[in-house]
Design a protein around this ligand. Structure first.
Ligand SMILES: [Zn+2]
Length: 325
């Protein structure tokens, strides 16, 4: 499962627990409130994409102070985001997948980490990968492999505090190989893509500024002709034609499905129509039975629950079967 900014917007269309809005790159300056910093430094920002602005000030001696103030404000905004008390799409994601599954996110927000933490004692979460870092996750690089944990806590291996990582990088220099922490995340990402049998992309627009990231993923996935049995599912708000074009390097023939809003302009996505939500904790098995063994399968959709007790109770038979196995 690959998550982009659109997944967090879909999970929290009205904002987080405290109604703080989820920014995307084209509205980040307004949403986070960076206009005063940019105006004071005489940097034009109206109508410009945030990554474009950031790349133009990074490394410019006159803007060292501005760059560091923006780094701080962006990190602080994302650090403060919080989950509401009721189950969210992020809770469904971590409960509908198993320990052997992987969620890789491009998002800096803390929702994936927090959802893993609050469901942890009921189900071991899937492996999580932060492809661009995370506002509340720090790393310890005292030893190999690099360990990661929530900032403010200490490393379980050496007792040293988890250190924050830089979140923002200028375009064309996203440090997928230089920064050892991000490089470690990408190493895992490449190996899981090589082995994946089902790939879901949720709200990730593969922007031009992430061309290097998409190239790395494509290299790991290989040619679509080598992946003839794999299934790709895309949850997004743009139309099928655009999605197929965007992901054509990953799709073999007709082995894809898209979940897009019923009407043009709608911003809600149908996560609950996805394979992950229709076959919780068994999505790869469901696809194996249907596509390889040519069996008729039935859906087992996860219900939309108002409370965690209700949700965890629904999962209990699945967890029991896993423990017995
Ligand atoms: Zn350590």
């Amino acid at each position: 499962m690959i998550l982009g900014a659109g997944a967090s917007v879909a999970a929290f269309p009205q904002g987080d627990r405290n109604k703080k809005k989820l920014p995307v790159m084209h509205n980040l300056v307004e949403t986070i409130g960076l206009a005063d910093l940019l105006s004071d430094a005489g940097v034009a920002f109206e109508g410009r994409n945030f990554e474009d602005i950031y790349s133009s000030i990074c490394g410019v001696p006159a803007h060292v102070g501005l760059t560091s103030a923006i780094d701080g404000r962006v990190a602080e905004y994302f650090r403060q985001l919080a989950l509401p008390d009721c189950p969210t799409i992020y809770d469904y994601l971590v409960l509908c997948l198993r320990e052997k599954d992987v969620i890789a996110t491009f998002n800096w927000d803390p929702f994936l980490w927090l959802a893993c933490a609050r469901n942890y004692w009921h189900a071991k979460p899937p492996t999580v990968i932060f492809l661009h870092g995370c506002a509340i996750v720090g790393f310890c690089r005292e030893h190999k492999p690099i360990s990661m944990g929530q900032m403010g806590r200490t490393c379980g291996k050496c007792g040293k505090p988890y250190l924050p990582r830089r979140l923002l990088f200028p375009m064309g220099n996203k440090n997928y190989t230089d920064d050892p922490c991000i490089a470690a995340q990408w190493k895992t990402m490449k190996s899981v893509l090589e082995d994946a049998s089902l790939l879901t992309v949720f709200g990730y627009g593969a922007p031009v500024t992430d061309a290097a990231a998409v190239d790395l993923m494509s290299q790991a996935w290989g040619s679509p002709h080598q992946r003839v049995m794999e299934e790709i599912e895309i949850i997004d708000i743009v139309c099928e034609e655009q999605l197929v074009k965007r992901w054509d390097r990953f799709i073999h023939s007709h082995h894809y499905r898209v979940l897009t809003p019923a009407r043009v302009g709608e911003t809600s996505t149908d996560f609950f129509g996805s394979l992950v939500a229709k076959h919780p904790r068994r999505s790869c098995e469901a696809m194996f039975h249907q596509n390889i063994e040519a069996e008729f399968i039935e859906d087992n959709p996860v219900p939309i629950c108002g409370t965690f007790d209700e949700l965890w109770k629904w999962f209990e038979p699945l967890w029991l079967a896993e423990r017995q196995k």
